[in-house]
Structures are given as C-alpha cells and as structure tokens.
Design a protein around this ligand. Structure first.
Ligand SMILES: Cc1cc2nc3c(=O)[nH]c(=O)nc-3n(C[C@H](O)[C@H](O)[C@H](O)COP(=O)(O)OP(=O)(O)OC[C@H]3O[C@@H](n4cnc5c(N)ncnc54)[C@H](O)[C@@H]3O)c2cc1C
Length: 379
C-alpha cells in the first residue's frame, strides 16, 4: 500500500481548492478523480461570485459566502503569480431585473437582504438602464444594479488550481475511480482503486453529486441528488452586454471576449447530463426577452452539468458520523464555485485538527433538515 497524509476524492472546484489550501500547509495530498480533473459540474458552471466586499459574521451562511467572495480576488492574484494563469476574475457588476409588479416586489425583498448584508445596490427605472446596461429591454419594469458583482471563468480557474497543485508536487491522479474503502473501528484505512489500495491518514470526499453513492458502502447517509443545469454559449464579434444580468433563476454572463453564457435550467434528470432542444429554446427565448440585442449573436455550443444537491440546499462540511478521519465536503448545489475558497479553508481546519474559523453546525452531515438555504446569490 502507498500512503498520503490526506486523500481527496473528487477533483472538482471543491476538491482542488481543498488540496490548494492543504498543500499550502505542507500536507502531503493525493487528489483522485475518475475522469479528468475539473471536468464535472465545476467546469459547467457560470462562475458568478456574489458582491461582498467584507467578511460578515452575521450567521454561518452569510459568513461562508462573504468570506469566499473576499478570498476570490486574493486567490486569483496568488494563482496568477504562482501559475501565470488569469482565471478571469472581474468585477463586472450585475443587474437583477424584474418584468412586472410581482417581480418588482420580490426584488424589493432581496434589496432588504442586500442592505442587511451591506451590499451596495441602486434601483434603476427603465430611463436609467442606458447608464448601466444599455442592452436591457426598456420594457422591463425595473433593474437593480449591484456594482460589486463579480465573475470568474471557471474552466480557467480550475486550470490555474491544477497548475498550482502540480507546481507544489501534489499527487494528482485523473482517471482514478474510487471503488470503495477499507475501514476498521471507525477509521478509513484504505481507499480502493482498480489496481491498488491507497493507505491514508485522512480521507476527504468531495465527489459532487456522486458522493452519496460512494459513501453508501460505508453506511454513511449523505443525500447528494444531482440537479441538472444547462447553459447555452453565445458568441459575437463585439461585446453585446456589459454586466451580469439576472432574472430569477436565469442569467446572462458576459465574458471579456464577446461570449455570453445563457443559463441555466434546474432539472431533476438523475445522472443524465445531455442537453435538450427544449431547454436551449427556452434559454434563448429568455435571453432575447431580457436583452433583445442577443438575437444577433451566434450560438457557439451548449452543455449541461450536475450540481450536487443536499437535504436543504446547504453544503455538507464536516466529519462523517462514526468516522474519525473521514471528512465530507459537497452538496453546494448552485453555489459551489462561489463558496469554494471558504469551504476549503474550513475543511483544512478540520483536517488539521484546528478550531474552525466558521461555525460548522449548519453544515453537519447529521443535521436535521432545517430552514432551506437563503436564496440570495444562489447562482
Ligand atoms: C449550469 C451550471 C451553472 C452553475 N453556475 C454557478 C455559478 O455561477 N456560481 C457558483 O457558485 N456555482 C455554480 N454552479 C454550481 C457549481 O458548479 C457546483 O456547485 C460545483 O461545481 C460543485 O463542485 P464539486 O467539486 O462539488 O463537484 P464536481 O465539479 O462535479 O466534481 C466532483 C468530481 O468528483 C469526481 N468523482 C465522482 N465520483 C468519483 C469516484 N468514485 N472516484 C473518483 N472521483 C469521483 C467527478 O469525476 C468530478 O470530477 C453551476 C452549476 C451548473 C451545472
């Protein structure tokens, strides 16, 4: 048997970010992924980051979200310095739009939450749209401008994380499917691969929507229902929109180079991640309704990803009940990219036996289903 201090199972944004933090602390880490690294939901996402500019300790949900948002520019700079890869972190600002009175009222409720979370926003009537996002349909009823909304280009962010880990000589093993575990008296002693069993000090499972199936063999119950999301990528020779535009669960994310991501569906389709004509049609219709100029863009491609769900839309961040060295980090659903840095920091605390810097009780695996996650900035 070969041995690592920590074996991370799943090389999505969560597993890679955890390995990034642990390797900084001098821990010997192995990352296993049955496919390529960073090819799951993390690649498929849109990369929207909430507009926090300070870490707030109001409650664990807001703290995880705001701390992550504050860490993103720091991580982006550090990754650039370490790897030369620009992950595309940009504070492009965003607008949340409402079509009618009922959506206007919902946005007023959101604005109350933003105010409590010290997020800067401005209410825009249609006559003001041109100043902030000229591409908005003037027939929309209202838009709220959030200047601190940010984005990363998640495929580039993943590439930067992988390069940084390679530079730190982390043992990266794509194409290594974990088949099961060996355990004795509440400790995992080995991680079974097809051709060998890896001995380990700690195991961290960040296998996204597949976590539930993987841990069932150990008797650990951690529901991670897949929630399919489809995106259409548009392309134009010149930028057609400037800001991230959100309308309920739909959004438009403009990249620097004229591309625009149109997302995203929420579908209960098991592990089927094929795109469908119906979803593409609906996403394009929505894009056209909100920013009519997008009708002139070309369609580059479409894709789907499987977001890892949980019992209440909050992530699981903690030890598996009954195991002293098995940690689970998944279930981030629509917010895994935005929550990755702080999630990685707190999992590093757990793995090193340090007091956690965030209260992790709402994220315990054996929690009761409580209040569903706050929908603010769900991505
Ligand atoms: C369309 C869409 C848009 C999104 N937009 C955003 C957004 O704007 N902002 C945001 O914050 N979030 C967004 N998300 C959500 C975000 O992408 C996910 O929450 C996040 O990527 C989950 O990361 P993960 O590392 O847990 O899972 P994944 O990226 O799925 O990684 C899990 C990895 O585990 C591996 N694995 C599974 N089983 C095994 C095994 N047995 N052995 C070894 N490896 C295994 C898989 O191959 C995979 O690589 C979006 C998601 C989608 C689909």
């Amino acid at each position: 048997m070969r041995s690592a201090d920590v074996v991370v199972i799943g090389g999505g944004v969560i597993g890679l970010s955890i390995a990034y933090c642990l390797s900084r602390e001098g821990v010997t880490v192995t990352v296993l992924d049955r496919d390529g690294l960073g090819r799951g939901a993390s690649w498929a996402g849109a990369g929207m980051i909430p507009p926090h500019v300070e870490r707030l300790k109001t409650n664990p949900t807001i703290e995880l979200r705001s701390w992550s948002a504050v860490l993103y520019p720091e991580w982006s700079q550090a990754l650039l310095a370490e790897t030369g890869i620009d992950n595309g972190y940009r504070k492009t600002g965003g607008v949340d739009v409402g079509l009618d009175l009922s959506e206007d009222n919902e946005l007023k409720t959101s604005a109350g939450r933003w105010r409590n979370e010290k997020i800067v926003y401005e209410r825009l009537e249609p006559r003001d749209f041109g100043r902030v996002e000229p591409a908005l349909n003037p027939e929309l009823r209202v838009a709220y401008y959030l200047p601190d909304r940010a984005q990363i280009r998640n495929p580039r962010h993943l590439k930067a994380l992988i390069e940084a880990l390679r530079g730190r000589e982390v043992d990266l093993r794509p194409g290594s499917a974990v088949l099961g575990f060996e355990s004795i008296s509440g400790r995992v002693t080995g991680v079974k691969l097809e051709s060998e069993t890896l001995a380990c000090g700690q195991v961290i499972v960040s296998a996204g929507a597949w976590t539930s199936g993987l841990l069932a063999g150990l008797g650990v119950e951690v529901p991670t229902p897949p929630l399919k999301g489809q995106i259409v990528l548009l392309r134009s020779d010149r930028p057609l929109i400037r800001r991230i535009v959100e309308h309920g669960k739909n959004y438009l994310v403009p990249r620097d180079d004229g591309r625009v991501l149109v997302g995203a569906t929420e579908e209960d389709a098991g592990f089927d991640n094929r795109t469908t004509a119906e979803a593409v049609r609906d996403l394009l219709a929505e894009a056209h309704k909100i920013c009519p100029i997008l009708a002139t863009a070309g369609i580059e491609r479409s894709w789907a990803g499987l977001r890892p769900g949980s019992i209440d839309s909050k992530p699981y961040l903690g030890f598996a009940p009954g195991f002293a060295n098995l940690i689970v980090a998944t279930g981030h659903k629509r917010a895994g990219l935005q929550l990755a840095p702080a999630s990685a920091e707190v999992i590093t605390d757990l793995a090193l036996g340090r007091p956690s810097r965030v209260d992790l009780s709402p994220y315990r695996l054996d929690r009761e289903t409580g209040e569903p996650a706050d929908p603010t900035f769900r991505s």
